[in-house]
Design a protein around this ligand. Structure first.
Ligand SMILES: [Fe+2]
Ligand SMILES: [Fe+2]
Length: 268
């Protein structure tokens, strides 16, 4: 995960998402390459489920983001969230177009996606972000596996684009979790960490159960898959703790108003 050393403010995130949207790869939608029957059988259902997840309108996230933006007087955060959701939806569109290219269909709903959407609404904004970023940790293992599981140049390009975008999504979400952690006691942070670990464990298991054919095609066995998912999770949580400590030290030691501008409370 990228270092959280310099907290981005919301207008920087707006710029990032706008620029990223304007500079996506060009995809060869005219390619005559088609996946062989055995490959499409193994991966089409899997892609369709991820396509569904990427296509969420994010209504609850928008709702809690609007409340948060108002509470911290950062109206631009809501716009940044809107652009983040638009980028996720672009992933959904790319995957849908790829499935159409392979004469496969998308799905309107899946059990895993319904549970995931429900979980997002249980814990306010912090809980919602925790669920979203959990999916993104796993996406960072899934999309490289999907890329490696296929010889389709088109699908490989799509995966590369999503992998690049997701790095920034994780940072976008973890910055917000670090801000929430700032005001929490050690006990509260431990409790949140345990909840996140439980969520991560459940999601890792469900994704393996539903998508193991993709991981196996990419020669990624169960233990390596779990290891890669947890490596992303633990490094991100560690960054949150380290960032929180650094911010607290900076606020404690700041003696001038200029020093205090690095305070996340003032910049968020
Ligand atoms: Fe995505
Ligand atoms: Fe994402």
């Amino acid at each position: 995960m990228q270092s959280l050393n310099n907290l981005h403010n919301s207008s920087a995130w707006i710029d990032h998402f706008k620029q990223n949207g304007a500079h996506t790869r060009t995809f060869d939608w005219q390619t005559r390459h088609r996946l062989p029957a055995d490959a499409i059988k193994d991966i089409a259902t899997s892609i369709a489920e991820f396509q569904r997840g990427e296509s969420s309108e994010g209504r609850y996230f928008m709702h809690v983001s609007a409340e948060f933006a108002k509470a911290v007087n950062d109206p631009e955060y809501l716009r940044a969230t809107e652009l983040f959701i638009a980028e996720e939806n672009r992933h959904g569109d790319m995957l849908a177009r790829f499935l159409a290219h392979e004469e496969q269909t998308i799905v309107e709903s899946t059990h895993a996606d319904s549970i995931f959407r429900w979980l997002r609404t249980l814990g306010g904004m912090e809980g919602c972000i925790m669920v979203l970023v959990t999916a993104e940790f796993i996406a960072q293992v899934y999309y490289p596996a999907l890329r490696d599981a296929t010889d389709s140049p088109l699908l490989r390009d799509i995966c590369e684009q999503i992998i690049e975008d997701e790095v920034h999504h994780i940072r976008f979400q973890m910055e917000r979790l670090a801000l929430f952690a700032l005001a929490r006691s050690w006990m509260a942070r431990k409790s949140m960490g345990i909840m996140h670990a439980v969520l991560m464990t459940g999601a890792t298991g469900v994704v393996w159960a539903n998508h193991r054919k993709v991981f196996r095609r990419a020669n990624l066995g169960f233990f390596r898959y779990v290891g890669q998912c947890y490596q992303r999770y633990t490094s991100a949580r560690l960054q949150v703790e380290q960032t929180r400590t650094r911010w607290i030290n900076a606020m404690t030691n700041s003696s001038t108003p200029a020093d205090a501008t690095s305070s996340p409370r003032l910049r968020a």
